[in-house]
Design a protein around this ligand. Structure first.
Ligand SMILES: [Zn+2]
Ligand SMILES: [Zn+2]
Length: 137
């Protein structure tokens, strides 16, 4: 029996379910993903559309397809959280931003891609101070 995971946005209005059978899971460091996420990389799972369904709030989604760009973005219009979207490739694959999931997927991260475009500040992060929550003030 295949497991089903749930996902949600920060405000909780949009929820979805997805079968825990992902095609791949990668971290994309390309400059487009840096712009789109405002961070070092996108963390994307790819799932067949047939195993995906919106549970609540589908009408709260706003999708952006940027002309001339290969990537799209979908957001909750109430809280701005990045949300899953169907790729434009015709492959029937959904892009699932990993942080939207409410449970850990069984797949592990498979690769870094476009690492040559990574943010200059990304290197050596393993050596910086790390805290389990807020740092001491
Ligand atoms: Zn939201
Ligand atoms: Zn990218």
């Amino acid at each position: 029996m295949t497991n089903t995971l749930t996902g949600s946005c920060l405000c909780g209005r949009i929820t979805f379910r997805v079968t825990d059978e992902f095609e791949t899971f990668h971290l994309c460091h390309c400059t487009q993903c840096q712009k789109a996420t405002g961070s070092a990389h996108a963390s994307n799972l790819f799932a067949q559309q047939t195993g995906f369904a919106w549970l609540t709030g589908e009408e709260r989604l706003k999708r952006f397809d940027v002309p001339g760009r290969a990537i799209s973005q979908a957001f909750c219009i109430d809280c701005g959280s990045g949300m899953p979207y169907l790729t434009l490739s015709g492959s029937g694959l959904m892009v699932i931003p990993a942080g939207t999931l409410d449970q850990a997927p069984s797949i592990t991260v498979k690769r870094h891609i476009f690492y040559g475009e990574r943010a200059a500040w990304y290197d050596d992060l393993a050596h910086i101070e790390t805290y389990q929550d807020f740092p001491p003030s």
